[in-house]
Design a protein around this ligand. Structure first.
Ligand SMILES: [Zn+2]
Length: 237
């Protein structure tokens, strides 16, 4: 059965690490609308130009535009066995559109990675980015990090462990900015989580645990969701 997965979680919840593991374990691609839009802007495609103008004007990319991008992506052959969606849907309108796109393609499994705000602020304000190669250190989105001590070591030394470049704090990682970003995320996603919450294929995962435990919980949630869905289909038949 295809594994169609939506992962919802705030910045700093470790979704990047989890998506990479799911890709390895289940052989399904990660689809990040943020990455796709950034690539379109960099490549200067018509979509990229439109997106750059919208963002430059301080507006949000419309539901219609994002839905079209995802619909095109989900039509590609590499998602036949499923996908991990990150950053989409963001709104209930987008969620409804996704349900329509998946008509006849198997169940949609939804996992929310839940991390308290205090912990996210701690993780995000510690994050450093290499000026030269772009590697991130600190936080939990860096797969090669094994624990807090090694992340702190990299941050304290001020040098990139991959290339030796200078580590800097991203402009949007200061505590006040991080709190604002998290508030925006929470107010945006609360209606979305409510939209999915009643479904048998929905799970809430404790993101305060280590990355391995989060992966284990995620796989358990996926197995349970797929089992419930097939039971439901048998009952219906
Ligand atoms: Zn580097």
């Amino acid at each position: 059965m295809a594994l169609n997965l939506v992962m919802i979680g705030p910045p700093g919840a470790g979704k990047g690490t989890q998506a990479a593991r799911l890709r390895r374990q289940h052989g399904i691609p990660k689809i990040s609308t943020g990455d796709m839009l950034r690539e379109a802007v960099a490549a200067g495609t018509p979509l990229g130009v439109a997106v750059r103008n919208i963002i430059g004007a301080g507006r949000l990319v419309s539901d219609e535009a994002i839905i079209a991008v995802v619909e095109q992506r989900l039509a590609k052959p590499d998602v036949a066995a499923g996908f991990v969606l990150d950053g989409f849907p963001r709104t209930v309108v987008q969620a409804r559109a996704l349900d329509q796109m998946l008509e006849g393609r198997g169940p949609l499994v939804v996992v929310v990675v839940d991390v308290p705000e205090q912990e996210l602020v701690k993780r995000l304000t510690w994050r450093r980015v290499c000026q030269d190669c772009g590697a991130t250190f600190g936080g939990v989105d860096t797969p090669e990090l094994t624990g807090e001590s090694s992340a702190e070591g990299a941050v304290e030394s001020g040098r990139c462990r991959k290339c030796g470049g200078q580590l800097v704090q991203r402009d949007d990682d200061s505590a006040a900015v991080v709190r604002d970003r998290l508030k925006v995320f929470t107010s945006q996603t609360a209606p979305l989580v409510d939209f999915y919450r009643g479904r048998p294929t929905f799970s809430l995962i404790n993101g305060l645990q280590g990355p391995d435990q989060v992966t284990a919980d995620m796989n358990r949630a996926i197995d349970a969701a797929l089992a419930k869905d097939s039971t439901r289909n048998r009952a219906r038949a």
